[in-house]
Design a protein around this ligand. Structure first.
Ligand code: ADP
Length: 363
């Protein structure tokens, strides 16, 4: 059977295990020899025990676990050709020519580069007598399918990245817990949620928790935001509301690009309204815990689709990223999505927020 390997790279997220499980089982079902690569690109470069054949039962009892059981890492060596040459050797000598990468835009960019270089990497390995002519010929095409694991929902082309829904569950549980105590004391509480360039978690959290105010990177507030915030909080208290909720995305900024932090917001509220104000920064709690049903099913569907895409690929098929569009699993050109995602980051850096939102498209 065809050699197929799956790995997780970059930041972890809930639902990655469901995706790994689905890739392994779909691969075996379709007659592939399936491998795990542990610790992302680092395991690919290092080889040895890091690349291990998977079987049907090696992915039992992982679907409910957060994070990724095969490990994830950042890998400086893979950024250099020398590292990628080692990785190519480790794959060819195991007969692996199909890769499923689960990661963010960095990991997908690396995979695309690897594929573009594949031919020349094999030529170099052959010239150095590391591989045989037969191996050079037999494994001359590398196929790539990607899927995006990220709690931020920050990737262009998919309605939901794997892990976002679970992170929202974690956040909402935390807010509900805090609300019950804040309610007893007439407090204002400020919650900082993750999302460096993407306010998705913050916006959805604000809607689902009846927050009074939300700060996100894509929509910096008008210059008089301090007055607007205080007016709103005061008005809510006057109308009998016992607590106020303010959500701040970790990447929130003002129109000049200066950060709007939870600390800053607290200072504004305390200085102007003297309200009893507390900050909660959820941090890695958002990444933790078990994946939601949605993320488990999303991981399963994406994983199966990724394997099918690889099995249907012809030599000139471009790498794809498997995405959710509406409620459909679809295959999109990997590099186009990566380029759009990077263009969004650039538009944000240029303070062109309308363009950023427009480029990001749905969700
Ligand atoms: P994410 O995939 O979550 O965006 P990173 O950007 O840290 O996370 O990328 C994860 C890993 O992917 C890096 O440590 C590196 O090994 C590999 N990688 C990222 N960008 C490139 C690149 N341009 N070329 C080669 N490898 C890359």
């Amino acid at each position: 059977g065809k050699g197929l390997a799956v790995f997780t790279s970059g930041g972890d997220s809930q639902g990655m295990n469901a995706a790994v499980r689905s890739v392994v089982r779909m691969g075996i079902y379709l007659g592939c020899k399936v491998y795990f690569i542990r610790e992302g690109y680092q395991g690919m470069v290092d080889g040895g025990d890091n690349i291990e054949e998977a079987n049907w039962s090696s992915v039992s009892s992982i679907i409910h676990k957060g994070g990724t059981i095969i490990g994830s890492a950042r890998c400086m060596e893979f950024i250099k050709r020398e590292g990628r040459l080692k990785a190519a050797f480790n794959l060819v000598t195991r007969g692996i020519t199909n890769l499923v990468v689960i990661g963010g835009d960095g990991s997908l960019t690396g995979a695309n580069l690897f594929r573009e270089e594949w031919s020349s990497l094999l030529d170099e390995l052959l010239a150095n007598n590391k591989i045989t002519k037969d191996q050079r010929e037999k494994y001359k095409h590398l196929h790539i399918a990607g899927m995006v694991g990220s709690i931020d929902n920050d990737f262009c082309g998919t309605d939901m990245t794997i892990g976002t829904d679970s992170a929202l569950h974690r956040i909402i549980e935390a807010i509900d817990a805090i609300v019950s105590t804040a309610y007893s004391h007439q407090r204002t509480f400020i919650m900082e949620v993750m999302g460096r360039h993407c306010g998705y978690l913050a916006v959805v959290t604000a809607l689902a928790s009846e927050a009074d105010f939300v700060f996100i990177p894509e929509a910096p507030p008008s210059i008089d935001w301090r007055d607007k915030l205080c007016d709103k909080l005061e008005q809510e208290r006057k109308s009998g509301q016992r607590l106020n909720i303010i959500i701040v995305a970790e990447g929130a900024i003002d129109r000049e690009g200066k950060p709007i932090t939870a600390e800053l917001v607290k200072k504004v509220v305390v200085d102007n309204l003297q309200q009893d104000t507390r900050i909660t920064v959820l941090g890695h709690v958002q990444r933790g815990g078990s994946p939601s049903a949605f993320d488990r099913i999303l991981g399963c569907r994406m994983g199966a689709e990724a394997v099918m895409a690889l099995m249907e690929a012809s030599p000139d098929t471009e790498p794809c990223v498997v995405s959710l569009d509406g409620n459909q699993a679809v295959r999109l050109p990997l590099m186009e999505c990566v380029r759009r995602t990077k263009a969004v980051a650039q538009a944000m850096a240029d303070k062109n927020w309308d363009l950023a939102v427009q480029l990001r498209g749905r969700s």
